[in-house]
Design a protein around this ligand. Structure first.
Ligand code: HEM
Length: 171
């Protein structure tokens, strides 16, 4: 029963996220150039578009401390997932987790500054296809469920991340 409920939840939320991707026709903020920083391509889409209206969602994630705990879980789940492990096992995992905390915190109006690279540069050469992208989103959903993030807040975040798939999928 639980399995079916969570499978349904995953399917629904993927559908919702990708519908949002299809329907979100370049929101002004999301396509604004990223803030100038040495390691960012200034012409790339903003990797951390700030959504001040999602501050409540940020609270649902437990603030910055909650996001840090989420990334620990998320990375552990991905390293245990044969679909994701090859991508992450040889990366600087603490750094990737820190960048993800900054990125999600900034997006959710938590007041953080994202200091990482833009999404296209940081995923170039990784040979990511749509199935890989979906698998990562599934693992993120498992992590969010484990941390008790309300389903509605999960989907608010996913609706912003989903359109970024165009910048990562490169095969
Ligand atoms: C919406 C989805 C995604 C988001 C928001 C995201 C975000 C990020 C961020 C913020 C970084 C750190 C950037 C930096 O190095 O400065 C990163 C790195 C990385 N991502 Fe993603 N990512 C996403 C999807 C994916 C997917 C689908 C894969 C592979 C299946 C992936 C694999 C990686 C890897 C391996 C790194 C480390 C690269 C390196 O250390 O050089 N990501 N990602």
């Amino acid at each position: 029963m639980n399995f079916y409920r969570s499978a349904l939840a995953v399917a629904l939320s993927l559908g919702l996220a990708f519908n949002a991707a299809a329907q979100t026709n370049a929101p002004a903020q999301a396509d604004a150039p990223a803030p100038a920083a040495a390691q960012l391509d200034p012409t790339a889409p903003n990797p951390a578009p700030v959504h001040p209206e999602l501050r409540g969602v940020f609270q649902d994630f437990g603030g910055e401390a909650g996001l840090t705990a989420l990334m620990d879980d998320f990375m552990a789940i991905m390293l245990a997932d044969p679909r994701m492990r090859p991508f992450f096992e040889n990366t600087d995992q603490p750094r990737v987790k820190r960048q993800l905390v900054e990125q999600f915190c900034a997006i959710l109006g938590g007041g953080c500054t994202y200091t990482g690279r833009d999404m296209q540069s940081s995923h170039a050469g990784l040979q990511i296809d749509r199935a890989d992208f979906n698998a990562l989103v599934e693992d993120l959903q498992v992590a969010m469920n484990r941390r008790g993030v309300p389903f509605r807040s999960q989907n608010k975040l996913l609706a912003i991340l989903a359109p970024m798939h165009r910048q990562m999928i490169n095969r």
